[in-house]
Write a protein that binds this ligand. Structure first.
Ligand code: GLA
Length: 383
């Protein structure tokens, strides 16, 4: 990527350093993070790259290859929630959140480039926050532990940008390790790296960007959060994490709340099942991945029917992938647009792509994009 060239063109000199942060996919545990539950994401090989240089005048200057018309320069002291909108709100929000956390950020020029498809539900915004957070702290010589950076990046998104997400995406971008999925307990924030290497068992992970743009801020996400909180209140538990048996959701009189609670409890359980299988003493075999595939498809049905966050393109992509030989598939992320993750026997990769593309073409939908998902390393300095 060409963030350093962009920096040169935009700011007239070389950057002091180049940092990158990955997008993420989530193997299991959707809409569980803000319910204090479990998630199992991995970092992608696609990144946001930030080429940056420090400056001492307290100002933040931002440029982006993907948003050329929207350069921004502001005084960090003047930043307040709502003061910056559009893509620049994410990096500006990180400078604000660092300041709020008591870290002195002397100022910086940052040029951003990306190969994380935007709107595909792969957390390009969290990656943008995390790349900025690393660049700003390292330029200022601040040693901020990663878990604290996760919280700062999330605060930027929740309070500065105003999107009420959980903690999964920033955790994935800053804490994941290549060849692993990250088990994150969203209550204790304890993390465990779980070995995950489908290629060794003859399988691969395919991301299908359904090209139905997903918009998190459109209210449905916030509505789901509120429904989950209400369900927990009615059940007399601190959060849906504490509903250990999905059948206990039947105690809720309201059918909608019952379905929401059932999904969260069942998905938390599926995370534990996948982790137990991956950690089995015999190691993960082809049978393990077949079983994980079955759980993926089960999770999709739960997200579609109980949590009601799926969308037509995702449902059709899952169907077509399964018919063409995928071991399992499900929508990932917040829902209402974005991507499907399919676990595919290596030999069936082309068949699955062709089948999904043909299904979309038959319906006259925008052609889907395909991406090989390879569990990769988290954010780091690269130059
Ligand atoms: C979005 C949010 C995450 C998480 C997922 C659903 O990606 O940013 O915090 O809630 O939706 O699992």
């Amino acid at each position: 990527m060409r963030a350093a060239e962009l920096f040169l063109a935009r700011f007239g000199g070389p950057p002091d350093g180049v940092w990158l942060a990955p997008g993420r996919a989530n193997l299991m545990g959707e809409h569980t993070d803000y319910n204090d539950g479990f998630v199992l994401p991995f970092a992608l090989g696609q990144h946001i790259v930030a080429a940056a240089a420090g400056r001492g005048d307290g100002r933040l200057a931002l440029g982006s290859r993907q948003h050329r018309q929207d350069d921004l320069e502001v005084a960090i002291a003047d930043l307040a929630p709502g003061s910056v909108t559009g893509w620049a709100a994410y990096p500006a929000g990180v400078a604000w959140a660092l300041r709020e956390a008591g870290y002195a950020v002397p100022g910086a020029c940052i040029a951003i480039d990306s190969d994380v498809p935007a709107g595909a539900g792969l957390s390009s915004s969290a990656a943008l926050e995390c790349a900025t957070a690393l660049a700003l702290t390292e330029l200022a010589g601040l040693a901020v532990p990663r878990p604290e950076l996760v919280a700062i990046a999330r605060r930027a998104e929740n309070e500065f940008v105003g999107v009420p997400t959980g903690i999964m995406d920033q955790s994935a971008s800053l804490l994941c390790r290549a060849g692993h999925v990250l088990l994150l307990d969203c209550r204790s924030l304890e993390t465990t790296q779980v070995p995950f290497d489908p290629a060794a068992a003859g399988a691969s992970l395919l991301l299908i960007d359904t090209r139905a743009e997903h918009v998190l801020a459109d209210g449905e996400y916030g509505r789901r959060r509120a429904e989950c909180e209400q369900a927990a209140r009615l059940l007399g538990i601190p959060s849906l994490r504490d509903l250990t048996d999905p059948a206990d959701a039947d105690r809720l009189a309201d059918p909608v709340l019952r379905r929401r609670a059932r999904h969260v409890a069942a998905d938390d359980q599926r995370v534990q099942e996948v982790v137990a299988m991956l950690n089995a003493p015999a190691g993960a075999t082809a049978g393990t991945y077949r079983e994980i595939g079955r759980l993926l498809t089960q999770a999709h049905a739960s997200l579609r029917d109980d949590f009601e966050v799926s969308w037509a393109e995702a449902d059709q992509a899952v169907e077509a992938a399964l018919v063409a030989g995928a071991l399992g598939a499900r929508m990932i992320g917040g829902g209402f647009g974005g991507s499907v993750l399919a676990l595919v026997p290596a030999a069936a990769g082309d068949l699955v792509r062709d089948a999904v593309a043909a299904t979309f073409a038959r319906r006259g939908w925008t052609a889907p994009e395909f991406l090989d998902a390879v569990p990769s390393d988290s954010a780091r300095r690269v130059g």
